[in-house]
Design a protein around this ligand. Structure first.
Ligand code: PGA
Length: 242
């Protein structure tokens, strides 16, 4: 089985510096440890670890100042691309149509996409979280999914990202079930692994691993500290078959 621990550094570098980070990071053999640094560091980090881009353009090439294509990302040595992170959706106005184009281009460039989905607090309070996430999956169904060797879907509830309020293992397990149903309905040919992200820490990774029924974690804040991220990787290494 696959087990993932993905570090999303966002627009940060580890405070201790990159060299110290990798000296201190302990990546167990049982976990696929992936680092998503800001774009300019992809090549440098790819020489030391498996890397993911945090985003890719929704066009293959052309006059799109400031954008980086999926093929360029692949050229820099990345194996994965995070697509549709809620910060991209909410701060930079990405919609599901753009995210579907990014997904298609990432697959065309032989990147494994990490598609982020998740509801905000209002949607959860209204009891619509499962339907909302299913719609996000439906709207990103592209023909390329049939050719992808693997797709990761990261359940990242907006209310849990960077807030210190993580979803519990039980909540994650429930949503992982809905995501499995929706992806087998709307993306029947795709080989899907499911991750959780949102305030994952060494303190809550035990409950998440024991009860969450997912294949790994996408970690923001805690991933900048090599000791904390190592502890999370250790939890991921012990994940049981989902
Ligand atoms: P967080 O971020 O761990 O800081 O909540 C997760 C993410 O945005 O992927």
């Amino acid at each position: 089985m696959r087990r993932y621990a993905i570090a999303n550094w966002k627009m940060n570098l580890p405070p201790a510096g990159v060299d110290a980070y990798f000296e201190r990071l302990r990546a167990p053999r049982e976990a696929s440890v992936v680092i998503a640094p800001p774009f300019p560091y992809l090549k440098e980090i790819a020489a030391r670890a498996t890397v993911a881009a945090q985003n890719c353009a929704d066009q293959p090439s052309g006059a799109f100042t400031g954008e980086v294509s999926a093929a360029m990302i692949r050229d820099c040595g990345a194996k994965f691309a995070i697509i549709g992170h809620s910060e991209r959706r909410n701060i930079f106005g990405e919609n599901d149509a753009m995210i579907a184009r990014k997904l298609a281009l990432a697959i065309d460039a032989a990147l494994t996409p990490v598609l982020c989905v998740g509801e905000n607090q209002n949607v959860r309070d209204d009891g619509q979280a499962a339907a909302f996430v299913a719609t996000q999956i439906k709207l990103t169904a592209v023909p390329q999914l049939e050719r992808a060797s693997e797709i990761l879907i990261a359940y990242e509830p907006v209310w849990a990202i960077g807030t210190g309020r993580n979803a519990t293992g039980a909540m994650v397990a429930e949503m992982a079930g809905h995501i499995r149903d929706a992806s087998s309905r709307f993306w029947p040919a795709a080989d899907v692994s499911i991750l959780y992200g949102g305030s994952v820490t060494p303190e809550n990774v035990g409950d998440l691993c024991e009860n969450g029924r997912v294949d790994g974690y996408l970690v923001g804040g805690a991933s900048l500290d090599p000791f904390k991220f190592s502890a999370i990787c250790e939890g991921v290494a012990g994940l049981a078959e989902t």
